[in-house]
Design a protein around this ligand. Structure first.
Ligand code: ADP
Ligand code: MG
Length: 280
């Protein structure tokens, strides 16, 4: 399968999110001014499918949380559709941006249906009740996520992968323009990894949903992304296409791991990790 960078008709470079000169430091890190992100400049364009890669602690989740408005930078500006992010009401951001957290968890025993239905929150009126049209969307997404048979089960009574699909479902019922996902496949079996990513690809191509996802799987990254952002120590090391980013030298530098990459005649690549097995 080719990267669809070349044939995505929606890739028209309309800027949706713009981060300029962002510095962000968690309170507990401030004393030694160890910035989670520093002097960070980044633009998300409409119709892109961006994968964010980088070692643990490189700032991937922090970047995602800044874009959602959950975290506020100490310096710099974040603009959403040319308006400052902090000039938006939370509900209005939620109609544009949906977020699937890295470790989806719920302390309350909500049912799968309730978790997915929460995504309609920005659209409910003062009564707080779902309308028929909301229920229709929720049922559709439950079906799409293969969760209909689990709708009444508690979120804490299903497998990690099923819970992960419920949180992706919650994001999709928000009917966002931009979907941010933080390691969405960490709990999914390989069949569901493919089915979820095929669904994301379909939403990206057919509905123009802009997708930014934190990834660890280099092969999935190479198949689905139109753009790859590589982070190291809270900075952008590389921002480019799959052909530039997924090469042995870059992967070695970013992750300190050797890989072998085979490319077939349709330019589809397979990336094999070559661990150092010496016992020294
Ligand atoms: P990644 O998602 O790439 O693994 P994070 O964005 O979660 O990395 O973290 C970036 C840096 O910020 C790391 O050094 C991490 O330890 C630190 N960090 C993350 N979350 C917090 C927090 N809530 N409080 C303090 N430091 C944090
Ligand atoms: Mg993370």
């Amino acid at each position: 399968m080719r990267s669809f960078l070349e044939f995505n008709p929606l890739r028209n470079y309309l800027s949706l999110v713009h981060l300029s000169n962002i510095d962000f430091c968690y309170k507990s890190l401030r004393n030694n001014s160890n910035f989670a992100l520093s002097n960070f400049n980044f633009t998300i364009n409409e119709g892109e499918f961006i994968s964010i890669l980088g070692p643990n602690g490189s700032g991937k989740s922090t970047l995602i949380k800044l874009i959602t408005g959950y975290l506020e930078p100490q310096n710099g500006k974040i603009k959403l559709n040319n308006k400052n992010l902090n000039d938006y009401k939370r509900k209005d951001i939620a109609k544009i941006i949906a977020y699937v957290p890295q470790i989806p968890a719920s302390i309350y025993p909500f049912s799968i249906y309730e978790i997915v239905a929460m995504g309609r929150f920005p659209y409910l009126d003062f009564t707080g009740f779902e309308k028929k049209s909301d229920k229709f969307i929720i049922d559709n997404i439950l079906e799409l996520m293969e969760l209909t048979h689990l709708a009444n089960k508690g979120i804490n009574e299903v497998s990690g992968g099923e819970a992960q699909r419920a949180f992706i479902g919650r994001a999709l019922v928000q009917q966002p323009k931009i979907l941010l996902l933080d390691e969405p496949n960490s709990h999914l079996d390989i069949k569901h990894q493919i089915s979820i990513f095929n669904l994301l690809r379909k939403l990206n191509i057919e509905d123009g949903l802009t997708i930014i996802t934190v990834m660890h799987d280099l092969n999935l990254t190479s198949i689905y992304s139109s753009r790859v952002l590589m982070l190291k120590n809270g900075k952008i090391f590389l921002d480019g296409d799959v052909n530039t980013a997924l090469v042995p030298k870059v992967i070695k530098y970013i992750f300190d791991v050797n890989v072998e990459i085979n490319t077939d005649e349709s330019n589809s690549r397979s990336i094999f990790i070559k661990p150092d097995l010496s016992l020294s």
